[in-house]
Write a protein that binds this ligand. Sequence first.
Ligand code: NAD
Length: 292
Amino acid sequence: MSATLLDGKKLAAEMRAEIARQVADLKADRGVTPGLGVILIGTDPASTSYVTAKERACEEAGMFSLDVRVPAETTQEEALALVCRMNDDPRVHGILVQLPLPRHIDEAAVINAIAPEKDVDGFTPVNVGRMMIGETCFLPCTPHGIIQMLLKTGVQTAGQHAVVIGRSNIVGKPVAHLLMRKAEGGNATVTVCHTGTRDLATHTRQADILVVAAGRPGTVTGSMIKPGAVVIDVGVNRIPDASKKNGFRLVGDVDAASVSEVASLLTPVPGGVGPMTITMLLANTLEAARRL
Ligand code: NAD
């Protein structure tokens, strides 16, 4: 078998065109331009490229984008003040603080400072709590993007066995929750694997849907896959590559060559989950502006 590649770029482009239409309607009907405020602390190359891509997508969708980039030496108090200023800025409906933050800044304190009604990343405890108990909230962008991808490609989740590798607050835990919740794109039986899991392959071989968010290339190979499984590769890893102009190439967490021999569907890296994440950020920002 050779897996079909699940084209996140194409799907994201279709969804972004629809978001742009809705942004234009909101402007015409209520004179409101959805605005995203982005805070980048430091100059980490991956973070800088993510933030640039998010801002570009925002502008392409007709949204306002407020870009605040400050040096890595920024203090915790200054970081909190930046968030507070955006909380009070009526042009900004959604706030994104690019993670990870420099080590001297308490990430939780900064996230907690974001007004829940502007928390379009869905990371504040208020949003996470609302998600867990099934109240209206902003769903975190990467997990939500994964569910949308499954829905829009007609992958059945109900009654399926989904295995998630990773237990981070950003990907692993929320995607496991969304897959198991009683809702469209959910109703799966979910197993969560992590660094404390014994014999990872025993679990992955039982997965009808496998979501891999380990942050390590080659975590999953073809022999660890159930024939015909749907594999969502969330990982984004930079591998040195002298043949590339920038000196690296991006790979996911799965060994795409061997996994695609066994799986039925596989998300490529790049061009899979990444574009969907940004799309869900735009969708949440539009929703935040609408809720005003
Ligand atoms: P993280 O480092 O916070 O978490 C990784 C998790 O994987 C941990 O919970 C750990 O227990 C688990 N893990 C690691 N190695 C394992 C192994 N061998 N066996 C079992 N479990 C293992 O990372 P994260 O923030 O969740 O991100 C995961 C990956 O997804 C990264 O590569 C990141 O760059 C990528 N990512 C991509 C997007 C996107 O939009 N495409 C968004 C967020 C994160």
